[in-house]
Write a protein that binds this ligand. Structure first.
Ligand SMILES: O=C(O)CCC(=O)C(=O)O
Length: 276
C-alpha cells in the first residue's frame, strides 16, 4: 500500500471511525479459512448450556484459532494491516482477541450495536483510540447476508445509544458490501454490531482485535510467576495479577473451540480464571 492510501485509511478511521481495505487476502485463502473454521465448528461446538436454546444465539464464535491451526498465524501480523493498526494505536500494540464469527442463516439480530470499548470508563470522544478491530471478510458481507452494521461517526458520540437502541440515529446505520479478502478496520469506540442474516447461507468473518501497547501493567505477571506459585497465592493477590476478569473482559473462556454467542453464555462467563 502506498503512503497516500495509508494516510487516507488513517484519516477515514479518524473522521468516520472505520475504513475498508480491499484485497488484503486472496479468495483462495478466504475459502481455506472458511473450510477450516467450519471443520473446527463441526468438531468442537460446545453443547447447549443449561437454559440455553438454539434461538438464543445468532452466531457461532470460534476461539483459540492461533492454537488450532498454523494457517491463522499470519492473520494478526499481516503487514498491511499491522502498519495501519500501528498508525491508529501507536507502536507495540497488542493482539486483544481473535475469533471466527459465523452468522447463522435466516437469523435475527441478537447482538445490539455497541462500541468494543464500552467498558472503558473514560470520557468520549477519546483523545486517542484505545483499541481497534479488524474484521477479515471471509464470505460476502452485505445487508442481505448479515454484513457488520456500522454507525459512521459514532466513535465521537456519547454512550447513550447503548442504552436506547430505538433511537432515530439507528436509521443512519450502514452495512457496506464487502467481498471476501477485504478488511474492515474500525476504532473500538465506533458503534457497530452483528446484523440479521436473512440469507440461506452462513456469513463468516474473522474478528481480530487489538489494544494500544500502553494498555498493560508494568510487569508481565503471567510470564514472571509460574502458575504453580500463583496457585499458592491468596485469591485477592491472584486477582491483582490478572486472574480476575473485568466484567468478563480478560477471560480465559475463549479456549480453543466454538460456542454459540448468546446472552445465556455471557452470563456463564467466569469472574475468575481457573488455575487448572
Ligand atoms: O460479526 C459481526 O458482524 C460483528 C461482531 C461484533 O461486533 C462483535 O462480536 O463484537
Amino acid at each position: 500500500m502506498d503512503t497516500t492510501q495509508h494516510e487516507r485509511h488513517l484519516a477515514e478511521v479518524s473522521d468516520q471511525g472505520f475504513t475498508i481495505v480491499p484485497n488484503v487476502f486472496s479468495s483462495q485463502r478466504a475459502e481455506a479459512f472458511a473450510r477450516r473454521i467450519r471443520e473446527i465448528e463441526h468438531e468442537t461446538l460446545k453443547p447447549l448450556q443449561p437454559n440455553e436454546k438454539e434461538e438464543d444465539s445468532s452466531f457461532l464464535r470460534t476461539a483459540g484459532l492461533l492454537r488450532l491451526d498454523r494457517m491463522f498465524w499470519d492473520v494478526p501480523i499481516d503487514p498491511i494491516i499491522s502498519s495501519l493498526v500501528e498508525g491508529i494505536l501507536g507502536p507495540n500494540f497488542l493482539l486483544s482477541t481473535f475469533t471466527g464469527i459465523d452468522l447463522k442463516p435466516r437469523s435475527g439480530t441478537v447482538q445490539p450495536l455497541h462500541p468494543d470499548d464500552a467498558l472503558v470508563p473514560v470520557p468520549r470522544p477519546h483523545a486517542q483510540p484505545i483499541g481497534c478491530t479488524v474484521m477479515w471478510v471471509v464470505t460476502p458481507f452485505s445487508k442481505s447476508t448479515g454484513g457488520t452494521r456500522l454507525l459512521p461517526g459514532s466513535h465521537r458520540e456519547p454512550l447513550d445509544l447503548l442504552f436506547d437502541q430505538n433511537d432515530a440515529r439507528l436509521a443512519a446505520t450502514i452495512q457496506p458490501e464487502l467481498v471476501p479478502g477485504t478488511a474492515l478496520v474500525f476504532d473500538h469506540a465506533l458503534f457497530h454490531g452483528a446484523a440479521d442474516n436473512p440469507s440461506d447461507d452462513w456469513r463468516l468473518g474473522m474478528q481480530v482485535s487489538y489494544h494500544a501497547g500502553w494498555v498493560r501493567p508494568y510487569t508481565n505477571w503471567f510470564r514472571t510467576i509460574p502458575i504453580e506459585e500463583v496457585r499458592e497465592f491468596p485469591e485477592a493477590l491472584r486477582d491483582q495479577l490478572g486472574y480476575q476478569t473485568f466484567h468478563g473482559i480478560g477471560t480465559a473462556h475463549m479456549t480453543p473451540g466454538s460456542y454459540r454467542e448468546s446472552y445465556v453464555n455471557r452470563e456463564a462467563r467466569e469472574p475468575r480464571i481457573s488455575l487448572e
